[in-house]
Structures are given as C-alpha cells and as structure tokens.
Design a protein around this ligand. Sequence first.
Ligand code: PLP
Length: 380
Amino acid sequence: MRKSFLPFSKPSITEGDISAVCDVMRSGWITTGTQNSIFENKICEYTGSKSAVALSSATAGMHLIFHALKLEKGDEVITPSMTWVSTVNLIVLYGAKPVFADIDKDTLMISKETIEPLITSNTKLIIPVHFAGASFDIDPIKELAVKKNISLIEDSAHAIGTKYKGNMIGKTGTSVFSFHPIKNITTGEGGIICSEDTSLIEKLRRLKFHGLGVDAYDRMTQGRAPLAEVLEPGFKYNLPDMAAVLGIKQLERISDLNDKRTQLANYYRESLKNISEIIPLSLPKYDIKHSWHLFIVRVNSKKINRNEFMTELKNRNIGTGLHFQAVHLHKYYREVMGFSRGMLPNTEYNSDRICSLPLFPDMTFEDVDDVVNAIKDILK
Ligand SMILES: *Cc1c(COP(=O)(O)O)cnc(C)c1O
C-alpha cells in the first residue's frame, strides 16, 4: 500500500509562481490593477477571444451575466443537472426556473437533441457544460439557439485549453472559465469571461466594480479615480493583482500542464482497459482536443457501490472526487423545488456511479500504477 496520501487534485505551483506573487505584494499595489489587464490580454491571446474580464470566481461571472441579461421571475434556463451547484443556485435566486436537459450516458454532456424539446416561449438562456476537459457539440446547439433567439452561455470551467473543431474554447460565443485550485490553471480563486460580444464585456467590467464607470485602478492617480460615479448599481467581484499574476505565470506553462494531464489520462485508459467494472467516460465522436481536467470513471459492480469504492480507495491512501452529484437530487431541489428521481435517467445513472480518480500535472506514472493496483485489490 502507498505510504503517503495521494490527493485527487493538487495545483502545480513553482518557485517562479511564488516569487511573481511576492513581487506584486512588494509593489505597493495588490488589488485589481495592471496585472489584471495583462492577464486578460494573455487569455485573449491564448484562446483567440476578442475580449475578456477577470473576476473573483466563475460563479461571480455567471451572476454578472444573469444580471446583465436581466434574468427574471418566469424565465426558464436550460442546463444539465450534472453540473456544479453554482449555476442552478443562481437561476433559483433570480426567481427563474431551472429546466434540466438529460446528458449523454457516456460523455456526460447535453446535446441539441436533449435541449430542443425543452424550449418554450419562456426560455431565456441555454447553459451547457464542457465536461471534464472535453467540449460539448457546440455547432448544433448554437444553431438552435440562434434560430430560437435564445442566449447561449458556455460553462467552460473545465475547458481552458480545450479545442472544438480546431478552435480554442473561448474564441467564439461567451465562455465562463474558473481558476479555482482544482482547475487546469489557478489564481487561488478566480475566473474570467471571454466573449466575442465586446459590449457585453464592457458592461460586465462596469458591473464587477460597483457599476462605477471605471476599474479599481487608475494609472495616473495610482489608485481609484476619486470622482467616479455609479452608472448603474453593480457588485464587487474584481480579482486582486496578487491572484492575476499567478494566472499569468500559470498560463505560461499551460501547454506543458495539459500535455502531462493527457499523458496521465492515456496511461489510465490503457491500464484500466481490462477492468470491466470500472468504465471511463467515452470521448466525443466530433473533433475535439481534450484538456483532461478530470479523469472520471463509473463504478458498475455487483460487489461494491461507488461510495464504498471511494472509502476503500481512501483506506488505501488514495483520494477521489465526485463531479458531480446531480443537482436535482440535492436536498433543497428535492424538498423545496419538487424534483425527484426518475426525471433524468442518464444523469441519475452517472450520479450514482461516477468517481474522479487522482489527476494533476505533478503526479507520476507510478502514482497511476498505485491507483490501478488499489482498484484491482478492491475488486478482487
Ligand atoms: C468549478 C466550477 C464552477 C464554479 O467555479 P468557481 O470559480 O468556483 O465559481 C462552475 N461550473 C463548473 C462546471 C465547475 O466545475
């Protein structure tokens, strides 16, 4: 058995990252400033996006989008239940109605086929998730959204570095990325919205800082312009420069980080090939480049259920994650919103069986061997 605990995720932080953060701390300006602008420009360069605004989290970004698009009571938002709770919580907090599309059983993503029948005259937004580092099939969904005049927002929290038909996620449309420590690159906490709609980004930039017509930082006064006025009431969702500089440094290494994730994932897929009770996700049939944010398997065994499997791995010093428990089966959504089992068969099948195995760039191939051997030991 392993001597030391293998976490399921760990950020890759170098001495260079640390000294860049320290330099900002010594500079006299630690909140939103020049590092934010540099980070936004570098993300645009990397993804090919026209414009971007850095924020304190992806959840904050989704909140600003809902506000900017005037989501309100009576509106419906189509999204998967197989997602992080943040999106659905916000929909409900706005008095709007979450409408869950079922996912593909083996890629965990919603499609034009599962979305289209749910569209009504109240549908305001469609928010699919690029899952685990793969891309959802954007073109058919975009075509549907345009035809029905509904906004499409891409939850790209798992998809920095992912490509769809040769283009980086974020290049077209409107994408919300997260830089939480488990994501492929991190700012500690943070997120960014990329959009080809530059006027939307300018509106979000204002909303992220109290609705003042300025950013937190004015170069001339080395501070905030003291006479700035509120143009519309806004929020306080800006990213500190201490965090933005970490993002800049991480982005310099993203190709290496994602390449290492890919090698580890390929080794997992090869090593698990003959274990029939452990089923990795399938790769989409359309053209993508995977960024391997997560390595997810389904535990489909008569001997052991998923929760017991996770406990047994923990007993063998191996950490796991669960991405995600179906949102419609959380206590509030069952008891207050009236959702129940049986509504979304593919989502529920996976919610009961999925488990994220350790995957992070500083892991070794021997670590993968340890995980696979522990799995064999558990199932024997
Ligand atoms: C992480 C995540 C989010 C939220 O990101 P934060 O930066 O933590 O707010 C949203 N959606 C998905 C699918 C995620 O995995």
